[in-house]
Design a binder for this molecule. Structure first.
Ligand code: ATP
Ligand code: MG
Length: 236
């Protein structure tokens, strides 16, 4: 569904990504794990087009989208839940969701999508008239995911959804990702520092360090492949 081939990018003259190859099959949850500063956010932002690729290619459903701007990617069915959530804190939960439905594909389906979201995250229905800034951290993360879902993505990129969230809430968010894959047929590319949660819910895992993919494998075999020097950094 998504093929990232020998991707390189960075900021100014500083190169961050070095020949990154990642394959994401349709209806799979694929995780990218790695220590702080490994380049995980840079990778997701380069795939979205917020950062320009320097070289390499990105293919989506066999179309070359290496140079496609972010808003066109959203129309094609690719969207991201960014690091740090970026909600509008004074606006209500419902208003934040409606602002998410900015693309053509989503507009006709707003009511259906809201129903899907309230089914996945019942707490957001209860809180729909409350300002987003008054939600708990976990609820805000749910809202960030839900707002991205408003655009009806076929593949969703998530940048550390478990950041700063209690373990129980992390579980419920990870279970929603499973449901999105199984029931809504959404493909997921997940960046995580919560190794245990990611291993439990991923079909395939890549480990990134210093802008390079150093090992990959399925969730069961990857643990034994991780070099010792990295284990401490990623909490194994
Ligand atoms: N806007 C920016 N301008 C310049 N350098 C940046 C910028 N954003 C990130 N970097 C640098 O790029 C490198 C990779 O950062 P990135 O944010 O992609 O890492 P990460 O794996 O997402 O880390 P974390 O787990 O802490 O979120 C780091 O050395 C970082 O300092
Ligand atoms: Mg990051």
């Amino acid at each position: 569904m998504l093929s990232i081939k020998k991707l390189e990018s960075g900021y100014g003259s500083m190169q961050v990504l070095w020949g990154v190859d990642v394959e994401v099959g349709e209806r799979r949850i694929v995780s990218i794990l790695g220590p702080n500063g490994a380049g995980k956010t840079t990778l997701l932002n380069t795939v979205m087009g917020f950062i320009k690729p320097w070289s390499g290619r990105i293919l989506y459903q066999n179309i070359d989208i290496t140079k496609t701007p972010p808003h066109k990617k959203v129309e094609l069915g690719i969207n991201i839940v960014p690091e740090g959530r970026r909600l509008f804190p004074q606006m209500s939960v419902r208003e934040n969701l409606l602002l998410g439905a900015y693309n053509k594909r989503s507009r006709e389906k707003i009511e259906d999508t809201l129903e899907l979201i309230y089914n996945l995250f019942p707490i957001l229905k209860e809180r729909k008239d409350q300002p987003a800034g008054t939600l708990s951290g976990g609820e805000q993360q749910m809202l960030a995911i839900a707002r991205t879902l408003m655009t009806r993505p076929k593949i969703m990129l998530l940048d550390e959804p478990s950041q700063g969230i209690a373990p129980k809430v992390v579980d419920s968010i990870m279970n929603v990702l499973d449901r999105l894959r199984d029931e809504e047929k959404i493909t997921i590319l997940l960046v995580e520092q919560n190794i245990m949660a990611a291993l439990e819910h991923s079909d395939h895992v890549y480990i990134m360090d210093q802008g390079r993919i150093i090992v990959e494998g399925d969730a069961k075999e990857i643990v034994s492949k991780i070099p010792d020097y990295l284990r401490a950094f990623i909490g194994l």
